[in-house]
Design a protein around this ligand. Sequence first.
Ligand code: CAA
Length: 383
Amino acid sequence: MTTINTITILGSGVMGHGIAQVASTAGYNIVLRDIEQTLLENAMNKIKWSLGKLVEKQKISQDDANSVYGRITPVVDLKKALQDSDLLIEAVPEDLELKKKVYAEVEKYVEDKTLYASNTSTLPIGELASLTSRPSRFIGLHFFNPPQLMPLVEVIPSRFTDNDTVSIALDLIKKMGKDPVLCKKDVVGFIVNRIFIPLVHEAAYCLERDNAKMTQIDSAVKFKMAAPMGIFELADYTGLDVIHKASNEMASRDKRVINPNPLIERLFSKKKFGQKSGTGFYDYSGEDKYGRIKLSETEAEQYEPITLVAIVANNAAWLLSNGVCDRNDLDKALRLGMGFKKSPFTLAEEFGLKRVVSTLENLSNKYGEFYEPDILLKKMSLG
Ligand code: CAA
């Protein structure tokens, strides 16, 4: 079995630099590769900031922080970045054309021993694996933002992935101190994004349809749906460029997975990407790297998030009905990947399963098949 010592991370953005930090913390030697030196400098600064926070909170010592930082080598030259690499983790933007180019270039320099992983959040792993010379040694390793704090990693084998690669991946994720959930089917959005991305679009519909304010919806999501952040806040935090790309990729493969809201397209085309660009759903002018929106229980009382509960429960039911995961893994994935403190089905029970199903039926009569309740949810509502 392959022993992993050196890991090359391709892409130093939000996910790439976070994964580099996490893997370095576990003791691996990391090569962080991006196409420009300035991007790498920016990434290394973010790693420094994050390590500083962890030292401040006494999660690690200053000496350890220095070692973690020191084990990460930023590199622009791809050939050099792939030298002696045991594993490459691709974390470039979620754009199939771009990924095709990256894998074609990688193929020129990659060594025989190197395993491939992609941190894609939505693209089918089998499709990416087919772009390479070793589909059986290719696996999805989907980390969550911020990788430094979120314990979940979805591990997604494709139909080509061999058992050895799955074992190595599960072992590696555990060594990184993360909790893996095996996604049994290579479906678009895997487990968490099947819930998260459609929820962002739906919340944007709720703004108009329910004539609600963003902070009312977000407060309700946080205080009535037991989430750590509001959904608009989370979208801004994740990046609307990421969400826009993920939405398009998901919708192009399965029309029923997302009901695209034009507001996402509008924000994206105005380059309002969220925190990283200073505006998104909210305005972050004056905020430094990490800003939070003021949400309150008083505002939560002003909005009933039944539609959002229904969308979450419906997609959760779809995942179970289609054998992507079982209920335990679903709950675990949402708890560790999005910080949801309650299972979607517990939430649906609290709001009333019959009410959840009738909400979906009303929406599907008005707005089409995206809202049709999953058969499992219907069964559950009958007791
Ligand atoms: N490294 C180190 N520390 C960090 C950090 C990082 N990268 N990011 C934030 N922190 C720090 C904050 O600065 C803050 O420090 P202070 O107390 O000194 O201010 C501390 O962590 C805690 O932050 P908060 O006070 O904001 O508290 P929180 O309890 O809400 O925790 C959170 C923050 C972990 C991000 C939490 O809000 C959370 O779980 N949010 C949901 C995140 C989520 O759903 N991620 C998944 C997005 S979807 C995705 O990633 C998939 C995809 O493919 C698109």
